[in-house]
Ligand binder design. Structure first.
Ligand code: XMP
Length: 332
């Protein structure tokens, strides 16, 4: 498939158009890979999930999905990937819990770009280790989408990025695969329509963006397991309350960041030192600029109460009101 979207290509806006696209891609993938095996890093994000569902439809168990849990996933996320793909879609899915590998390497590292590089490089190492254990794999599927292609053209033209972005890519020399990129000409909204037409749940297809380095760039500074756990629990409460109160559909990205500072609090009439949980909830079209969504005070009070009462180690909740620019969306 060409890497330039033809002007004549119709925008996929309906289920009918999505079904037609799926049918064409199923035929194309089958003719590209024959009876060979295809490997896919399945993070559970929208793009890799849609590629997985499409390839399962096209080639079934010839697709080998590898889900690497880097220990920086949100609460329940890896379990949801396993339930959906192994449970519902009967996928050939290898689950790798690499938490210790990642957290040991990250111990004591506080510089954000260094953290990103470690996470990105270790991701490739873990994935490559799994790939080497498999036999007869000739293809690597990727959830590349059209904005990624446009991004790399910009990068090649030398435009400066504010942060380095970590994604899969750059496998070692001994692992040479031919690429399968069935959604590379699609924009994100089209990927979602195709995902729903493939039968993926709405929540998975419309889930908010989650950065490759995961909670690693939200557990600010040097990551420790106790602070990472507190962040994960606090984030789960925020997501739960946003879901229950209809904010999940209105806010583009929302999460908790936990800095490496402690303040004094009081619990059960004793001094209680804890970290603050910072709420960030932004709206944006393209992540280049972002505005702040107003969250009703009643909901903020509820979230604050729950986080400070349910999460070990957190004794304050703060709200970040900074637009982008001047802030970036993530804190690191
Ligand atoms: P910033 O913080 O740069 O974020 O305003 C813009 C969008 O990009 C996401 N983000 C990342 N995504 N790898 C990713 O895959 C990264 O290293 C990374 N850093 C930021 C961020 O969540 C937001 O949606």
């Amino acid at each position: 498939m060409n890497s330039v979207r033809p002007e004549s290509m119709e925008r996929i806006t309906t289920r009918e158009l999505a079904l037609k696209f799926i049918e064409e891609q199923v035929a194309e993938v089958r003719s590209q890979v024959g009876n060979k095996k295809v490997l896919l890093a399945l993070s559970g994000g929208v793009d890799s999930s849609v590629v997985a569902a499409l390839l399962i439809k096209a080639i079934g168990k010839q697709l080998v999905c590898v889900h690497v849990n880097h220990g920086l996933m949100r609460k329940g996320e890896s379990e949801a990937v396993i339930d959906m793909f192994r449970g519902e879609l009967d996928a050939n899915l290898i689950y790798v819990d690499a938490t210790d590998r990642f957290l040991n390497l990250l111990a004591g590292v506080s510089e954000p770009e260094k953290k990103r590089k470690i996470i990105g490089a270790e991701f490739i190492n873990v994935f490559a280790d799994e790939a080497r254990k498999l036999e007869g794999v000739s293809f690597l599927a990727q959830g590349t989408i059209y904005p990624d292609i446009l991004e790399s053209i910009k990068a090649a033209e030398g435009k400066k990025a504010v942060k380095s972005h970590h994604n899969v890519g750059g496998l070692p020399e001994d692992l040479k695969f031919e690429l399968v990129e069935p959604i590379k000409l699609l924009f994100k909204d089209e990927v979602r329509v195709v995902g729903e037409a493939l039968g993926l749940p709405h929540a998975m297809v419309y889930r908010q963006p989650f950065p490759g380095p995961g909670l690693g760039v939200r557990c600010l500074g040097a990551i420790t397991r106790d602070r990472l756990n507190a962040l994960r629990e606090a984030d789960a409460i925020l997501r739960d309350e946003f879901d229950k109160n209809g904010l999940a559909e209105k806010v583009w990205q929302y999460f908790i960041a936990v800095p490496d500072i402690k303040s004094v609090g009081v619990k059960d009439e004793s001094r209680y030192e804890g970290w603050p949980a910072i709420i960030r909830a932004v709206n944006t079209k393209d992540a280049m600029t972002a505005t702040i969504e107003e969250i009703p005070y009643e909901i903020l009070h509820k979230i604050t109460y729950r986080i400070t009462h349910e999460v070990e180690g957190i004794n304050r909740v703060l709200l970040d009101l900074t637009p982008k620019p001047i802030g970036t969306i993530e804190w690191e």
